[in-house]
Unconditional design. Structure first.
Length: 286
């Protein structure tokens, strides 16, 4: 990107060239500051885990929560993950961050299972970069051991992009994860470019239909048809289905009629701080 900007700058002549290099400098400085702040955030414990409920469509009960990281930056406020996860992946900081989210959310959910919601399952997003780390399996085992959370109360959310890598290397890790009782969900399903053959080859338990399909229900016939098809396919393959980004009661109704099992979205609740999620559990009586 920097190269092509430079090339473009040269094409445009001398004055513009200067303009562009200044612009690039500013961007580089901004990025450097962000990197520095991120490293500090980790050591100063500025990260938080928010929890968004997952609701069973048949019983309307809260059956799980997705752990979603936030960065509480002093003097700035709450920063969403899209603004720092990609950079954390690039500079390798995702490994300690990912481990922290896993540990924090498993510890929290272990407590909620004991006090308020005995069957609550925690879903944690795992970056493809974490699968490149040979110690991932050890880390997961260690976290389950340290927090006392049973493996079946943990679900890992992965994305299709991961499955475009070297499948032979991944399969043993997946199988070992499954042996711990942990389930695997394919996040943002339908937005990737990988082939569907991995659904046969990988021990996947759940498909999470991407928000972009749900958003246009019921207005767009294409989204309606595709969502029905995904649910039918998943059901035939013995996988459960979760819909993400459910905002309207029409969507809820459509998903219930289509026999989708689970939903997550602002219609039920936004992601909440641990305190607010706990209050919701108390009110709701899971
Ligand atoms: P995701 O895993 O697909 O998470 C769902 C995102 O959709 C969340 O955004 C959630 O707040 C948002 N969402 C849920 N329901 C609705 C809805 O009804 N309407 C709308 N408009 N949005 C909804 P968030 O929390 O900003 O996270 C964005 C992405 O950042 C996540 O997408 C995930 O890819 C990544 N992420 C978040 N936490 C972590 C983490 O701990 N580790 C890693 N590796 N990635 C994370
Ligand atoms: Mg997710
Ligand atoms: Mg998602
Ligand atoms: Mg998504």
């Amino acid at each position: 990107c920097a190269d092509s900007a430079m090339y473009l700058a040269k094409e445009l002549g001398r004055n513009n060239y200067q303009f562009f290099t200044t612009e690039l400098n500013v961007r580089a400085q901004h990025r450097y500051a962000l990197e520095k702040n991120l490293r500090r955030a980790l050591s100063e414990q500025e990260f938080l885990v928010y929890y968004q409920p997952k609701v069973c469509l048949q019983t309307s009960r809260i059956v799980g929560a997705e752990a979603l990281i936030r960065w509480q930056m002093p003097d700035v406020g709450l920063i969403p993950p899209d603004e720092f996860i990609p950079i954390s992946e690039e500079i390798g900081l995702i490994l300690p961050i990912g481990r922290w989210v896993l540990e924090q959310s498993c510890r929290q959910v272990k407590i909620w299972r004991e006090t308020l919601a005995p069957e609550l399952v925690i879903s944690v997003n795992i970056s493809p970069k974490q699968f490149q780390d040979p110690s991932l399996l050890n880390i997961i085992q260690q976290v389950l051991h340290d927090t006392g959370l049973p493996g079946y109360a943990l679900q890992l959310e992965i994305t299709e992009g991961l499955l475009m890598g070297e499948l032979e290397l991944l399969l043993p890790i997946f199988n070992a994860i499954k042996k711990l009782g942990i389930s695997i969900s394919l996040d943002d399903f339908g937005t990737g470019f990988s082939s569907l053959s991995y659904l046969q080859r990988f021990p996947i338990d759940n498909l999470k239909i991407d928000r972009s399909f749900i958003r246009d229900i019921p207005e767009k016939q294409d989204s309606v048809v595709l969502t029905r098809a995904i649910i039918a396919m998943a059901t035939a393959l013995g996988l459960s289905v979760t819909a993400e980004g459910v905002e309207k009661s029409e969507q809820l109704q459509f998903l219930t009629e289509s026999r989708c099992q689970e939903m997550q979205g602002f219609h039920f609740s936004k992601p909440l701080s641990a305190t607010d999620f706990e209050n919701l559990l108390t009110k709701y009586i899971v």
